[in-house]
Design a protein around this ligand. Structure first.
Ligand SMILES: Cc1cc2nc3c(=O)[nH]c(=O)nc-3n(C[C@H](O)[C@H](O)[C@H](O)COP(=O)(O)OP(=O)(O)OC[C@H]3O[C@@H](n4cnc5c(N)ncnc54)[C@H](O)[C@@H]3O)c2cc1C
Length: 597
């Protein structure tokens, strides 16, 4: 067979999770990282606000408080053993990044600077605590660059612009992945003992999203086809502040620095919805508040947006009202210069895309589909688990946004994803290398390329009645409108029907580009197949969960129902039909309590 490569460990994805996994695996095993994007173009590079750790660099903070906030933020659906593990490892993880050379912003004393973020609190006073370590508003960019440099230094083998198409499994064990070299169109087999999926999320199932074009759920869809379940896919986070219509993210760091939300009547509305933490309430709460303001006619000029205001005079006025002070207790006094220094990318986005200067003008924003809490089920060591008993699939790992550990449960706290990448990326890398030490290479099947070739052929040979752009637009609209911030039975059923109809119509797609070199038309069509498969699981899981919890908010079942629904959803593909099952939530220290805003 031509184009066969052999590695102990192969990592699919070169974002924060993939690079961390690759780095740690490469210390103990022959490791390759394959990525459909050049590594430093991964979506991790778009992360703005920060990475959480209870460093306590400005005021008292503790991993226990971080854990409790994360459990509470998850609406008690997060597995508490994994959350505790992550919060305890957070401090060392951030210090490790610092030692690798990550240029964090600094406190006047030279420590890593931290900013407040939604849901991060001092558990004794209920007041916001500064827990998000940051490098201006480019924290993810810095993490990605730092880890990529470390991987190069460690001689990790990179297959840049190789897109994984399939997972190879033999006798219920891992045997490698199939990938296409995007530049040449050649198919490659990467024979491996351990495979780590770190392919990111699937926000491109929604019309308005902060997610990169590459967020097409490839890893989740590939494994679903191999009988691996997906967990808690109904839980998708809508970030409150996306640029109106474009969806581009305006970091929560803006509100962390004192920015406030203002409706079309010029009123600050968050105190009405979350009297204590106000604009820093968790994301599901703020998104729903904005949606309600708009629905009740208080959007700006009757449109679907409100304002985010970081103009210093507004911030300083409300700082007095809120009792916000500087860390040393002195009067909070944000200057235009500080806004430019702390939020440079945000200022740039607004100037470039909107022609608006946030130092003197308010930013038009609306909630944007942002983050999947659900994904490929794993335990806290990144091992993929395939049933309600947490049975491990030998040699298979997942980390980062494509995985569901589950530390975010029903709703993720801001800055906990970057932390999730480095903590669980590291452990997945370590475990994958450890497994490769004792396992043998499985013998490859006779034609591992068959399935991928067949998929490509059918995309090229459809009747041509349908095209990818139309199908994908219909999908995104149905999902955004009917499986969005607020959900109900009728709308979700209609979205699910739509997805199924689109899946049937997808068979009539015909890719016109018959070339091999950079055939992005073919790959876009292949990705649409993944989006459709993943969207069906999202819509079906959401329709099935008859309660409201975290990011899943039902008009017809507005209450959280712990008696019937304090459990994870698992969805399997059994011969093309989806089947639903459940898994218990691990509760260790904190029994579920009603939410207080
Ligand atoms: C705009 C934005 C801002 C954010 N800000 C923050 C923040 O401040 N703090 C925070 O904690 N979180 C933030 N998040 C969330 C967080 O950044 C992401 O969840 C996280 O970066 C995902 O990392 P990852 O390594 O899982 O995936 P990614 O960084 O997206 O990497 C995925 C990788 O998989 C590769 N890949 C995908 N499919 C294939 C395939 N088929 N074959 C080969 N390779 C493939 C891609 O090439 C890429 O390298 C933000 C997210 C967005 C979108």
């Amino acid at each position: 067979m031509a184009n066969v490569h052999q590695f102990d460990v192969v990592v699919v994805g070169a974002g924060g999770a993939g690079l961390m996994a690759g780095l740690y695996a490469s210390r103990n095993a022959k490791t390759a990282v394959i990525s459909k994007l050049y590594p430093t173009r991964s979506h991790t590079g778009a992360a703005q606000g920060g990475i959480s750790a209870a460093l306590g660099n400005y005021e008292e903070d503790k991993p226990e408080w971080h854990m409790y906030d994360t459990v509470k933020g998850s609406d008690y659906l997060g597995d508490q053993d994994a959350i505790e593990f992550m919060c305890n490892e957070a401090i060392d993880a951030v210090l490790e990044l610092e030692h690798m050379g990550l240029p964090f912003d600094r406190t006047p004393e030279g420590r890593i600077s931290q900013r407040p973020f939604g849901g991060h609190t001092n558990n004794e006073t209920g007041k916001p605590v500064r827990r998000a370590a940051h490098a201006a508003d480019r924290t993810g960019h810095m993490i990605l660059q730092t880890l990529y440099q470390q991987c190069l230094k460690n001689n990790v083998n990179f297959f840049d612009e190789y897109q994984a198409l399939d997972f190879i499994t033999v006798n219920g064990k891992t045997a490698g992945v199939m990938a296409v070299n995007i530049a040449t169109g050649e198919l490659h087999t990467i024979h491996a003992k351990s495979v780590i999926f770190a392919t990111g999320g699937h926000g491109r199932i929604f019309e308005v999203t902060s997610n990169a074009y590459a967020y097409t759920g490839d890893g989740a869809a590939i494994l679903l086809r191999h009988g691996i379940p997906l967990e808690d896919m109904e839980f998708f986070q809508f970030h409150p502040t996306g640029i109106y219509k474009l969806g581009i993210l305006i970091t929560e760091g803006v509100r962390g620095e004192g920015g406030v939300l203002i409706n079309g009547k010029g009123e600050r509305f968050m105190p009405k919805y979350a009297p204590t933490v106000k604009d820093l309430a968790s994301r599901d709460v703020v998104s729903r508040a904005i949606y309600t303001e708009i629905k009740e006619g208080r959007g700006v000029n009757g449109k679907n947006y409100v304002y985010l205001d970081i103009r210093p005079e507004t911030v300083n006025k409300f700082a007095v009202e809120d009792g916000r002070t500087n860390p040393d207790g002195s009067k909070y006094n944000l200057t235009a210069e500080q806004v430019l220094q702390k939020l440079p990318d945000i200022i740039d986005f607004c100037r470039v895309y909107l022609g608006i200067d946030p130092v003197t003008q308010m930013m038009p924003i609306q909630p944007t589909a942002h983050y999947t809490m659900g994904g490929i089920p794993t335990n806290k060591y990144g091992q993929v688990v395939i049933d309600d008993k947490n049975t491990v699939f030998p040699g298979l790992y997942a980390a980062g946004e494509c995985a569901c550990v589950s530390v975010h449960g029903g709703n993720r706290l801001g800055t906990n994803s970057l932390l999730d990448l480095v903590v669980f990326g590291k452990h997945a890398g370590l475990k994958a290398a450890e497994y490769a030490k004792t396992a043998d290479f499985e013998k490859l099947p006779d034609n591992p390329l068959a399935e991928s070739q067949a998929r490509f052929e059918s995309l090229k040979n459809g009747s041509g009645k349908e095209n990818v752009f139309n199908l994908s637009t219909e999908l995104k609209n149905a999902m955004f409108n009917d499986v969005g911030i607020y959900r109900n039975e009728k709308d979700m059923q209609s979205a699910l029907n739509k997805v199924r109809e689109l899946k049937a119509r997808f068979k009539d797609v015909a890719v016109k580009d018959t070339g091999k070199v950079f055939n992005t038309e073919l790959l876009n069509a292949w990705e649409l197949g993944n989006l459709l498969d993943v969207a069906e699981v999202v819509a079906m899981s959401a329709l099935n969960r008859k309660e409201s919890r975290g990011g899943h908010s039902r008009e017809d079942f507005p209450e959280r129902d712990d008696k019937n629904w304090l459990k994870h959803t698992l969805v399997w593909n059994k011969d093309g039909k989806l089947e639903i099952g459940y898994k218990a939530v691990t509760i260790t220290k904190y029994q579920p309590k009603a939410r207080v805003y």
